[in-house]
Design a protein. Structure first.
Length: 297
């Protein structure tokens, strides 16, 4: 019995795909690339445009600024009052578009309801669209053109799979959620990696059965217990994008982690999974934007 317990402790049944490990690996490589850029006189810079003071935007902003500082990327924060008009936001974007010292721009969305989201997201130059919000960036993902920037959370899902050597090519993958921010782009990115992809949503029938049939499961719903132990089995790799706050105040994902972990090959925790990787991807995009700018000149 003692021997069995020892084996179990050393070789747990489920792997935890820890975001921190992926993020640190990305950051380590970025430090070297930033040094190279600085030798060429270029200091990669991210501008953050925020309308209002939404607490979750502020939390993400702090994380992005910290990550950028550690890597040597400069940040500049532009805060607009939440009563700002669409034209005022567009004016700021025009200034950032023409500022050669800014290489990437992050615009927090959703914007206040009175602001025209389509105008805002498509005003930003594609070269600086480091969170892939514009139609040009999105079209590139659909075409399988890797010269643009994908939405950072969607890209984080793919990077986690790659970091933990999960084979995507030829595998069946299901994405639960079809938003333009995560579900649709991550499904296209899996397709570009040659997975066989199914997309599910709130009207999908027999969701549990579909989940059980797929080796890779990406859940981006925003509903706790969307993925339970009933629909999971040994070989599955699960990426939990969802963020839900439990009645007790505890943050949980879409997956019933406690009961699913141990039943599957691997799973991302919440917190400490996808969210931990997203800011590293953002900074990676800023560095790539600065490198592309360097190559153009
Ligand atoms: P969203 O725009 O609300 O989209 C949610 C999607 O889930 C929709 O496509 C919806 O289907 C689908 N859905 C809702 N109920 C469902 C059900 N019962 N069964 C199957 N599908 C269902 O949300 P989002 O912006 O994509 O974000 C998804 C989650 O990711 C949220 O919890 C969000 O907080 C989290 N998030 C995490 C990060 C991170 O870094 N970890 C970043 C951003 C967002 P319909 O299209 O039919 O309505």
């Amino acid at each position: 019995r003692i021997v069995l317990e020892k084996i179990w402790k050393e070789e747990p049944m489920g792997k935890i795909f820890k975001g921190r490990e992926v993020a640190d690996n990305i950051s380590e490589k970025l430090v070297k690339r930033v040094d190279e850029l600085k030798k060429k006189g270029k200091s990669p810079t991210l501008a953050i445009l925020r309308v209002g003071v939404n607490p979750s935007d502020l939390a993400y902003e702090r994380g992005a600024v910290n990550r950028a500082e550690k890597i040597g990327v400069k940040t500049r924060i532009l805060e607009l009052d939440e009563t700002s008009t669409t034209d005022e936001v567009l004016e700021k974007i025009d200034v950032l578009n023409s500022d050669d010292t800014v290489h990437g721009v992050l615009i927090f969305r959703p914007l206040p309801k009175h602001i025209d989201d389509d105008k805002v997201r498509n005003r930003l130059k594609a070269d600086k669209d480091v969170d892939g919000i514009g139609d040009v960036s999105m079209a590139k993902i659909y075409r399988g053109d890797t010269s643009g920037f994908a939405p950072c959370t969607a890209k984080a899902c793919i990077e986690i799979l790659k970091h933990f050597d999960v084979e995507i090519k030829g595998k069946k993958a299901v994405v639960i959620g079809r938003s333009m921010v995560i579900g649709k782009p991550v499904a296209m990115m899996l397709l570009n990696e040659n997975a066989t992809v199914t997309i599910c949503h709130s009207k999908s029938e027999k969701l549990s059965k579909i989940i059980a049939e797929n080796e890779i499961v990406i859940s981006a719903v925003g509903r706790a217990n969307t993925v339970t132990a009933e629909c999971t089995c040994g070989n599955q790799k699960i990426i939990d994008v969802g963020i839900n706050v439990h009645e007790s105040g505890k943050m949980v994902g879409d997956v019933d982690f406690e009961n699913v972990f141990g039943e599957v090959y691997g799973i991302t925790p919440v917190p400490g999974g996808v969210g931990a990787v997203t800011t590293s991807i953002l900074i990676d995009h800023v560095v790539r934007a600065a490198e592309m700018d360097c190559n153009r000149k």
